[in-house]
Write a protein that binds this ligand. Structure first.
Ligand SMILES: Cc1ncc(COP(=O)(O)O)c(C=O)c1O
Length: 415
């Protein structure tokens, strides 16, 4: 049996074809009831997703960005506050902070997990902040009050929440999790001596259901979860033009509701999420095995307290661009998540960071490459990806004639 070399970075077609009947039924139901906004399909999804996250409330909204913005506002983040987060994330994290009226300030990441470094956070709070006369924590960088921290569970692996929560308690900070890539990820809390789900540890948390996420809608969608009923109630008002009762507006809100059709599709797919996540973990373990012993490639590090759900499988290598080009010529899709850390983005030039302010994020961004990762990825496809990675890093790819022969013989072995 020969294996196609066209290995996509992500296959979004297969899971939808497999579930076509179930998903089509959702459309039929919506068409027959004309229930397009709110209603039972949204409520059913909210109940199921809250349960999945071990959270008391889920508020379905129109995107992960809205979820994070509403969560921050509902948790009391005020105009002019400073919210600490990482530079190594998708820009939606800081967009939500800015759109909530706050100012993002960056803390560097841990070199192994690529998530917020607890040590750097402590250093920031101790050395880059001071207390004013009334005891408020003030950023020396901006002279504004620091009130919250947004850890991002990037690539589906949770940030080290125990340390973050301890510091947050000590410094009076609100913790809002950006769990947009981490549906179902788990963290072993040494403080509580049990495994905790992503989204259940902060005051509130945001999830994205952008189509390529572990749980993806067939369009834009998101949800915020919380154990705080007041925060949940405020988020419900914010997503619906500031109204708890039709046409009675306590505040100005947003048009941030989730469509009933997307909610129905998400409920159908949620039933498969645990299995899909388990498959992602198997694929990650297989990549780790296939790439083990190769000094030129750094595989993802999963601490003992982490059960990651591998939204992305990200390796590091010195000649990242060369590797991507090589894989492309072999029909293998890859991605970079993310090529430019936020402190070096044009959009944040006004914050006046220098590249060296956050050296780990800067270095990591220049070396990372995301390999194909999705639940339906086959063992044969993975073997081919790993072979091409190994061929490239061993330098054989720089000798075209020999490379062609080696690739052919390796392909035979796995065919
Ligand atoms: C880390 C992170 N935060 C926030 C978001 C925003 O989610 P959405 O695209 O649904 O608005 C994303 C989505 O890609 C993300 O990856």
């Amino acid at each position: 049996m020969s294996v196609s070399r066209n290995i996509p970075f992500l296959d979004l077609v297969t899971p939808h074809v497999v579930l076509e009947n179930e998903l089509t039924e959702v459309f039929r139901k919506a068409l027959r009831t004309a229930g397009f906004i709110g209603g039972p399909m949204v409520e059913e999804f909210e109940t199921a997703f809250a349960e999945f996250c071990s959270a008391e409330h889920a508020v379905a909204v129109s995107s992960g960005t809205d979820a994070l913005r509403f969560a921050l506002i509902a948790c009391g983040i005020r105009h002019g506050d400073v919210v600490l987060t990482v530079p190594h994330t998708f820009i939606a994290t800081t967009e939500a902070i800015s759109q909530a009226g706050a100012l993002p300030e960056f803390v560097d990441i841990d070199e192994r997990t690529y998530n917020l470094s607890v040590e750097k956070l402590q250093e920031y709070l101790e050395e880059k902040c001071t207390r004013n006369d009334s005891g408020a924590l003030i950023s020396l960088r901006s002279n504004r009050p620091v009130t919250a921290v947004v850890p991002v569970h990037l690539y589906g692996q949770m940030a080290d929440m125990d340390g973050i929560l301890e510091l947050a308690e000590e410094y009076g900070l609100t913790v809002v999790e950006d769990a947009c890539q981490a549906h179902g990820a788990e963290y072993f809390s040494r403080r509580l001596n049990r495994w905790m789900k992503a989204g259940s540890m902060g005051r509130a948390a945001a999830f994205s259901f952008y189509p390529g996420k572990n749980l993806g809608a067939c369009g834009e969608a998101g949800a915020a979860v919380t154990n705080d009923s007041a925060v949940a109630a405020t988020m419900r008002v914010l997503r619906d033009h500031g109204q708890a009762h039709k046409y009675y507006h306590d505040v100005e809100g947003y048009n941030g509701r989730l469509d009933a059709i997307q909610a129905g599709l998400l409920t159908a797919k949620l039933a498969h999420l645990a299995d899909w996540n388990a498959l992602r973990r198997e694929r990650a373990a297989e990549y780790n095995r296939l790439l083990a012993g190769n000094d030129a490639v750094v595989c993802p590090f999963e601490p003992s307290w982490s059960r990651a759900v591998y939204h992305l499988y990200v390796v590091r290598t010195e000649d990242r661009d060369g590797m991507m080009e090589h894989l492309k010529t072999k029909g293998i899709g890859t991605g970079i998540h993310y090529p430019v850390p936020l402190h070096m983005q044009k959009a944040y030039a006004w914050l006046q960071y220098t590249p060296m302010d956050l050296p780990v994020a800067r270095r990591v961004a220049s070396e990372i490459v995301s390999l194909p990762m999705f639940p339906q990825l086959t063992a044969e496809q993975q073997a081919l990806v790993a072979e091409e990675v190994l061929i490239f890093t061993s330098g054989i790819s720089h000798k075209p004639v020999e490379a062609a022969a080696t690739v052919a013989s390796l392909a035979e072995q796995t065919a």
